[in-house]
Design a protein around this ligand. Structure first.
Ligand code: WQD
Length: 342
């Protein structure tokens, strides 16, 4: 019988791509989402891409313990991939209580319910933000985490630690939790079908949706934050990971957990390409691959941005047998196709 994976936040940007890849890998998927930061566009897209109209969907808030408990009573969940969280860095600085309550309580509920239903495999969506302004690049999983610069980043660190502690406390018990934290670098792009992709509400914070919205005319001009960084072209360096590649890393991680292949009951993997790309390079690549001119200007640095961060992906390559495959050009073409499709 197919193993069953709960995807919390499964109607969102990354969750919808992961749902597609899980289904195509033969898993049964249950989606939970409170639709607080998305509508049904992507979930409808998932149904079209997979040809599956019967994916169980729970419109619940994972902060509601009883609702999560009911879901686990109705389905025998073999693994959980937990995306359900708020993710706007700036908003988290203004509304820390909102972020701590939502991101911590929902994860605690997932863990407690998992434990009470006889243990589970839990994959947590963490972030490269835990490394802060690292001194040595690229970062490995052993690179020390630095104090978070936002409540959002802090919730990622705290949830990693909570997972580590719960894994330790439940080891070899009838309530055993095994955990993997995937630290994503900068997820971008959309599914090749252009049926699912990133759907930011309001003015996008992230670079690629701002680029595509500028190109389509929704925004007048892209501001490139800073061209006086100590990099070759003066703009920041990031590791932009294609969202479909990222989704496949989740399938590899879940398969590792369910196949009993973990070396430790709690593991961490960097999920990136291993290649640094500057903001300016990304903008230029977008123009070139899509044959258009983007309206952009250089403005002051954005407070809180690190100069450069990219991943050493050796561990994920070797242990998960996974590697980022799509080129940044393909990814940027998919982001543009998705924007036009909207
Ligand atoms: C990338 C680069 C900007 C917008 C954030 C979170 C992280 C993770 C992903 C989120 C930077 C520059 C951006 C714009 C620009 N999690 N930029 N003009 O800041 O690397 O990471 O998103 O859920 O935790 O911190 O991503 O896309 O915002 O920025 O010049 O309008 O693009 O300065 O160098 P970031 P980003």
């Amino acid at each position: 019988m197919a193993k069953k994976v709960l995807v919390s936040g499964g109607a969102g940007y990354i969750g919808s791509h992961v749902t597609v890849e899980l289904i195509s890998a033969g898993y049964d998927v249950v989606v939970a989402d409170n639709l607080s930061n998305c509508d049904m566009t992507c979930f409808d897209g998932v149904k079209k891409i997979t040809g599956r109209d019967d994916i169980p969907f729970y419109q619940i808030d994972c902060c509601d313990y009883d609702a999560v408990d009911t879901l686990f009573t109705e389905h025998k969940i073999d693994a959980v991939i937990h995306f359900a969280a708020f993710k706007a860095v700036g908003e988290s600085v203004a509304k820390p209580i909102k972020y701590y309550r939502n991101n911590l309580v929902s994860f605690l509920n997932i863990l407690e319910v998992s434990k009470n239903h006889g243990g589970c495999n839990v994959l947590f969506s963490s972030s490269a933000t835990v490394y802060g302004e690292a001194e040595v690049l690229p970062v490995t999983e052993q690179t020390p985490r630095l104090p978070a610069t936002s409540p959002y980043g802090n919730t990622k660190q705290m949830c990693e630690d909570i997972l580590r502690d719960v894994v330790k406390a439940t080891a070899s018990s009838s309530e055993e939790i095994r955990g993997i934290a995937l630290r994503y670098f900068n997820p971008i792009g959309a599914h090749p079908s252009a049926l699912i992709g990133e759907l930011p509400r309001g003015v996008p914070n992230n670079l690629v949706p701002f680029i595509t919205q500028t190109a389509i005319g929704k925004r007048e001009c892209l501001s490139i934050f800073g061209n006086d960084y100590p990099t070759e072209d003066g703009t920041c360096l990031r590791d932009y990971i294609d969202v479909v590649d990222l989704a496949k890393a989740h399938v590899a991680a879940v398969t590792r957990m369910l196949g009993g292949k973990m070396k430790e009951n709690y593991e961490i993997f960097n999920i990136g390409t291993g290649r640094p790309v500057s903001v300016y390079e990304l903008v230029t690549a977008f123009e070139k691959v899509n044959g258009l001119k983007l309206n952009y200007k250089f403005v002051d640095r954005r407070p809180g941005d690190v100069t450069a961060i990219w991943a050493d992906t050796t561990l994920a390559n070797e242990e998960l047998g996974w590697k980022a495959e799509r080129s940044v050009e393909e990814t940027l073409a998919s982001a543009w196709a998705w924007e036009r499709n909207l």
